[in-house]
Design a protein around this ligand. Structure first.
Ligand code: ADP
Ligand code: MG
Length: 354
C-alpha cells in the first residue's frame, strides 16, 4: 500500500488550519457557541448558575508517547480523553476544548488529518465541541488541550474532602494500561530484532493494548453517581498510578489510608501479562498509571450501594492522618505505600517509554 505524504510545508500553516477546520464539525452546531474557529478567540455562552471547570493537559512525543508505537488517530483521541478524565474527576461535564498543536517538519498533512480524525471522533463521543486552537512548527509532535466543563455548585467534588471512616472505591480494573505498554515495548524489541520476519500475534493481549492506546474517560460514571444520588467526599482520576493518587487525596484531605491488596480489581489478562514478564502485578496497579478510572471516597453506606450495583470495588478505608498511607495483605501485613507514580522530573526518560 502506498500512503501519500504531503509535506506540511507544501500547504503552510493556514492551509493546514483550513484542512483541520474541514475535518471538524462546525462548532456553531453547538448553540452555546457564538464564535468558533476563525477569529482571534472563540466566544461561548456560559450556562446560568453552574460552576465552570477548566483544565489543560499536554501529550509530547518522547515524553508521553513514541510515534513509532502510536497510531495518530489513537493519539488524538487519547489527548482528548486525558482532559475529559480530569473534568469528570471533578464530577463535572466537559463542554468545550481548544488545542495547541506543535508539528515537526517530518510529519505529513495526512498524519495531521489522522490525528484530527481521532480528536474529532473522541470529542463527539464525549459531547465536547472543539472551538479552536493554535498551530506551530516544533522539534517534536505535541498536543496541548485545554478543556472547559461545568457542574452544579453543590455537585463539584474535590480531592480535599475525604473523611476518616470513608471507604475508598475504584470505578474499574487497574494496571491494564501498563500491562499494554509492556506488551507494546516487547513487540517493538521483537520487531527491531527480527524485522520483516516478525509476525505478531496479539489477540490474547488485545484488551490491555487497547487500554494503553485507546483509553476511555469514565464520563458514564457521572450518570451512575446521579442515578444513585451519591456525592463522593473526594475524587481523582488515576493517571499516575493508584499509589500516587491515594497520596494526593490523603495529603489534601489530611487523612491516612489503607488499601487492601486482595480487593484490587485486576483483569486476568493484566495478571497474565505480568506473569509473562515475571513482574509483580501489584506494581502495575500502584505505579503503572494511565488507567483513567476514578478513585473516590464515600461514606461506607454509599460505597456499599455502588459496589452492590457493580459500579465500583471497595479497596480500602480512609484513616486519620497519623496512621499514614499503607497497602495491606494478610501475608505481609501493613506495607508503607510510597507516593511516587510517574514523575516527569524524577525518572529520566529512557527513550522507549510511551
Ligand atoms: P491567531 O493568529 O489570531 O492566533 P490563528 O491563525 O492561530 O489565529 O488561528 C486561526 C483560527 O484557527 C483560530 O480560530 C484558531 O482557534 C483556529 N485554529 C488554529 N490552529 C488550530 C488547530 N490546530 N485546531 C483547531 N483550530 C485551530
Ligand atoms: Mg494563533
Amino acid at each position: 500500500m502506498t500512503q501519500s505524504f504531503t509535506p506540511v510545508s507544501s500547504i503552510g500553516e493556514f492551509g493546514l488550519i483550513d484542512r483541520i477546520e474541514r475535518l471538524l464539525p462546525d462548532p456553531l452546531q453547538n448553540e452555546n457557541i457564538v464564535c468558533g474557529i476563525g477569529d482571534d478567540a472563540a466566544v461561548y455562552r456560559a450556562s446560568d448558575g453552574l460552576l465552570q471547570v477548566i483544565t489543560t493537559d499536554a501529550l509530547i512525543e518522547g515524553v508521553h508517547f513514541d510515534r513509532a508505537l502510536t497510531p495518530m488517530s489513537y493519539l488524538g483521541a487519547k489527548a482528548v480523553t486525558v482532559n475529559v478524565s480530569d473534568i469528570v474527576a471533578m464530577n463535572a461535564r466537559p463542554k468545550l476544548a481548544t488545542i495547541s498543536l506543535g508539528v515537526p517538519r517530518n510529519m505529513s498533512v495526512e498524519m495531521v488529518e489522522a490525528l484530527y480524525t481521532g480528536i474529532s471522533d473522541a470529542c463527539s463521543s464525549y459531547d465536547v465541541t472543539l472551538v479552536g486552537g493554535d498551530t506551530t512548527s516544533a522539534q517534536a509532535l505535541y498536543l496541548a488541550i485545554t478543556m472547559v466543563g461545568e457542574g452544579a455548585d453543590d455537585q463539584i467534588v474535590f480531592r480535599r474532602g475525604a473523611r476518616e471512616g470513608d471507604v475508598i472505591c475504584v470505578s474499574g480494573d487497574l494496571g491494564a494500561a501498563y500491562a499494554g505498554l509492556q506488551v507494546l515495548l516487547d513487540q517493538k524489541r521483537a520487531l527491531d530484532e527480527m524485522g520483516e520476519a516478525y509476525e505478531p500475534d496479539l489477540e490474547a493481549q488485545r484488551k490491555v493494548i487497547d487500554r494503553q492506546l485507546a483509553p476511555l474517560a469514565r464520563l458514564d460514571f457521572l450518570g451512575v453517581l446521579e442515578e444513585f444520588n451519591i456525592h463522593p467526599t473526594s475524587m481523582i482520576d488515576i493517571s499516575d498510578g493508584l499509589a500516587s493518587e491515594i497520596h494526593h487525596i490523603c495529603r489534601q484531605s489530611q487523612t491516612g489510608a489503607t488499601i487492601r491488596i486482595a480487593t484490587l480489581p485486576i483483569d486476568p489478562v493484566t495478571r497474565a501479562v505480568a506473569d509473562q514478564f515475571m513482574d509483580d502485578v501489584d506494581t502495575y496497579v500502584f505505579y503503572g498509571g494511565e488507567d483513567y478510572e476514578l478513585l473516590l471516597t464515600a461514606s461506607p453506606e454509599d460505597g456499599a450501594r455502588l459496589e452492590k450495583g457493580g459500579h465500583v470495588a471497595i479497596i480500602g478505608e480512609v484513616l486519620d492522618a497519623d496512621s499514614g498511607v499503607h497497602a495491606f495483605s494478610p501475608e505481609a501485613g501493613l506495607i508503607p505505600l510510597e507516593g511516587a507514580g510517574y514523575d516527569h522530573f524524577e525518572q529520566p526518560f529512557s527513550g522507549d517509554g510511551i
